[in-house]
Ligand binder design. Structure first.
Ligand SMILES: *[C@@H]1O[C@H](CO)[C@@H](O)[C@H](O)[C@H]1NC(C)=O
Ligand SMILES: *[C@@H]1O[C@H](CO)[C@@H](O)[C@H](O)[C@H]1NC(C)=O
Ligand SMILES: *[C@@H]1O[C@H](CO)[C@@H](O)[C@H](O)[C@H]1NC(C)=O
Ligand SMILES: *[C@@H]1O[C@H](CO)[C@@H](O)[C@H](O)[C@H]1NC(C)=O
Ligand SMILES: *[C@@H]1O[C@H](CO)[C@@H](O)[C@H](O)[C@H]1NC(C)=O
Ligand SMILES: *[C@@H]1O[C@H](CO)[C@@H](O)[C@H](O)[C@H]1NC(C)=O
Ligand SMILES: *[C@@H]1O[C@H](CO)[C@@H](O)[C@H](O)[C@H]1NC(C)=O
Ligand SMILES: *[C@@H]1O[C@H](CO)[C@@H](O)[C@H](O)[C@H]1NC(C)=O
Ligand SMILES: *[C@@H]1O[C@H](CO)[C@@H](O)[C@H](O)[C@H]1NC(C)=O
Ligand SMILES: *[C@@H]1O[C@H](CO)[C@@H](O)[C@H](O)[C@H]1NC(C)=O
Ligand SMILES: [Cu+2]
Length: 571
């Protein structure tokens, strides 16, 4: 509780400082062990500055950011600024082996970048192995003008949703990668607290005090490693005003649905009678049969000022009714019914001509169990995951990251033949292909795709039923995209292109591709560098549901990737 108060005070102090014209925001992130108690056990976790969740950062659009990362943890680490464009600063993007080698224990690296042409809530997290489980925080970009395209909220409140593993996440993930099995989280968290539905957690409850009649801006992040989440507050509605830091038409809803990696800016008005109300989050997972998943609920509490003094204090807080884990109609409505706020600050129109078309299948897959090993995945094999039947292998132990190899013309780390189409066409979403050994094994490779500067790219992501249709939130670094349409079953260009919204579609950096369905996106390659494209479910990411896009230089220095900073870590 004390920690929570400190943290709130600090968040407030930050929001005042943003009113003055701060051109440089400088921070030190010391990556360090921290022992904390959750779910009846003491657990050593990796943190930034001993905090879980990590410190929230707040900047104004146009600011320069300098973050000194000092790695005092036993693991290799990098930090990614999720959703920050990194215009002409790809060296600061962070994914290990893509834009940089990781920062080894006892080493440091300084991330330097400018935040331009965007505002709203994004976040930062570790982008090495599964360290982001506990190494993450909000990254709030205030408008340079100080004005929002909606009435000024009374206060801003970061709400970080997470999942918690009862054990050392790095050990758990290593086991998962060795045995090929899947392991689920043990609890969900709101601002680091699992809430009172868990054993030994009566006091580990996030507590938000509000003033009746006031409107709060929730800076929401789904930081969970492997889960999409539903979020509700009993008896209250929300107004969504931005998703992935792109303004939306104000959208009134009683539920927020965030896929792993997504963020939202949400107005919350304390417009009910003075009382306590639970806020709660639970997972959205799909698959028939459902994959192993964490079927628990986290909750925090919203208390109105003045409530304690009233005579009705024996009132129990109201609990919101959350949907079942497989409620696709509710999730799909949230994902598809909101539109962007045309002509809002930083809004961009949909590019109407397309230079490059890609059709990319995304699915689970298998890799053969090594001889003499014991694998506990499906059919006694190991889980894998693929895009267009290529399962990505990071260039570990090759001496360079992909972007360094690209910049210095080093060959042998990657090839540029990532396919534009799936190698086989079949009834992609037919559940009968669940265990078809003819299609489940995907080869391992390091294939990327190269684009000319400033081309427009359209991608249709096609989920398949191989080893179960599962949820894959696809995240692109370096560039936002428009989500033109989405649907279920196999994408049919003749029928489905008619559904494209070319007027006011949502702008995202992470799209929740419908389970057993497709999503069509479009973007312009306006940012030279190497940009990771991956599923934000961490298991799937580590199993290979990733690739990278190389965006070549434009014609001028101001459209070219600068050389790497001198302190870029070496492999
Ligand atoms: C940090 O924690 C890990 C895992 O418990 C442990 O192996 C390591 O020795 C610790 N390192 C430091 C510097 O305390
Ligand atoms: C709490 O502990 C009891 C007894 O050990 C156990 O049966 C139950 O599943 C636990 N509940 C949760 C939510 O972990
Ligand atoms: C929430 O919004 C719905 C639809 O606009 C409305 O019917 C309902 O009364 C609202 N609930 C509250 C608590 O404001
Ligand atoms: C998940 O938990 C809910 C509430 O406890 C229960 O009704 C439901 O059957 C569980 N679902 C699965 C798939 O275990
Ligand atoms: C959102 O849902 C409403 C009610 O079903 C519908 O009328 C409207 O067209 C939908 N808007 C979008 C953008 O899907
Ligand atoms: C890499 O190759 C390109 C094209 O051949 C050349 O223009 C560039 O100068 C080379 N870069 C380095 C660092 O050698
Ligand atoms: C898989 O391959 C076997 C042997 O080539 C063939 O008999 C079978 O029909 C194939 N299955 C499917 C679903 O294509
Ligand atoms: C993927 O590639 C492997 C190896 O070439 C092949 O056996 C398998 O059928 C392919 N699967 C799909 C879905 O294309
Ligand atoms: C990119 O292409 C568009 C359309 O052709 C053009 O309007 C724009 O100026 C180009 N941008 C850059 C940075 O070259
Ligand atoms: C850490 O990074 C170094 C340099 O890239 C590499 O040699 C080493 O194997 C990595 N360690 C782990 C545990 O991945
Ligand atoms: Cu996935």
């Amino acid at each position: 509780m004390k920690i929570l108060m400190l943290w709130l005070t600090w968040a407030l102090a930050l929001s005042f400082s943003s009113m003055v014209s701060a051109a440089i925001v400088e921070r030190t992130f010391t990556i360090q062990n921290k022992t904390i108690k959750r779910l009846c056990h003491e657990q050593v976790i990796v943190t930034v500055n001993g905090l879980y969740p990590g410190p929230n950062m707040e900047v104004r659009e146009g600011d320069s950011v300098i973050v000194h990362v000092i790695n005092n943890s036993p693991y290799n680490i990098t930090i990614h600024w999720h959703g920050v464009f990194q215009l002409l600063s790809a060296w600061a993007d962070g994914p290990e082996y893509i834009t940089q080698c990781s920062i080894r224990p006892e080493n440091k690296y300084t991330y330097k970048f400018k935040v331009t042409q965007q505002e709203g809530t994004v976040w930062w997290h570790a982008h090495a192995s599964a360290l982001r489980a506990t190494v993450h925080g909000a990254f709030i970009i205030q408008p340079r003008s100080g004005r929002f395209p909606f009435p000024k909220p009374y206060k801003e409140v970061p709400i970080i949703l997470g999942d918690w593993y009862d054990g050392n996440v790095e050990d758990i993930v290593r086991k998962e990668l060795e045995t090929g099995d899947k392991i689920s989280s043990d609890a969900f968290t709101i601002n680091g607290f699992p809430g009172d539905l868990f054993n030994c957690s009566k006091n580990d409850v996030y507590n938000l005090r509000v003033k009746q009649g006031k409107t709060y801006l929730f800076r929401m992040v789904n930081a969970a490693l492997n889960n999409n989440l539903f979020f509700k507050i009993a008896n209250h509605n929300f107004t969504v005003v931005a998703l992935d830091a792109a303004y939306t038409e104000p959208y009134i809803t009683d539920i927020i649905v965030l896929a792993a990696g997504q963020t939202a800016d949400v107005l919350f008005t304390a417009d009910q009678h003075k009382g306590p109300y639970f806020m709660a989050a639970s997972p959205y997972v799909l698959g028939e049969p459902a994959p192993l998943f964490d079927n628990t609920t986290t909750r925090g509490i919203v208390v109105y000022d003045g409530y304690k003094k009233s005579k009705s204090s024996q009132l129990k807080p109201l609990m919101p009714a959350l949907p079942l884990h497989n409620n696709t109609p509710i999730a799909h409505k949230f994902f598809s019914n909101i539109t962007s706020l045309v002509k809002a600050p930083h809004w961009v129109p949909v590019p109407l001509e397309v230079d490059e078309h890609m059709y990319i299948t995304i699915n689970m897959a298998l890799q053969p169990c090594p001889k003499n090993a014991k694998c506990t995945g499906p059919l006694g094999q190991k889980f894998s995951a693929s895009m267009n039947n290529e399962s990505f292998l990071l260039p570990v132990g090759k001496g360079f990251s992909i972007m360094e190899a690209y910049f210095y013309n080093v060959s042998g780390l990657y090839t540029t033949d990532f396919p534009n189409n799936p190698p086989k066409t079949f009834d992609f979403t037919n559940p009968k292909i669940f265990f078809d050994a003819n299609v489940t094994f995907a080869p391992k490779s390091t294939k990327v795709k190269k684009f000319k500067f400033n081309s427009t790219v359209e991608i249709v992501f096609q989920n398949t039923a191989i080893l179960n249709a599962q949820s894959h939130p696809m995240h692109l670094h370096g560039m936002n995209f428009h989500v033109l349409a989405q649907g279920f079953g196999s994408f049919d260009p003749k029928r489905d292109k008619l559904k494209y919204n070319l007027v006011n579609p949502l702008i995202h950096n992470t799209v929740a591709v419908p389970v057993g369905g497709w999503a069509a996106i479009r973007f312009r390659t306006n940012n030279p560098g190497v940009w990771f494209l991956h599923c934000h479910v961490d298991d799937h990411n580590l199993w290979g549901l990733v690739t990278a896009f190389i965006v070549e230089n434009g014609p001028t220095p101001s459209t070219s990737l600068p050389p790497p900073p001198a302190d870029l870590p070496k492999c």
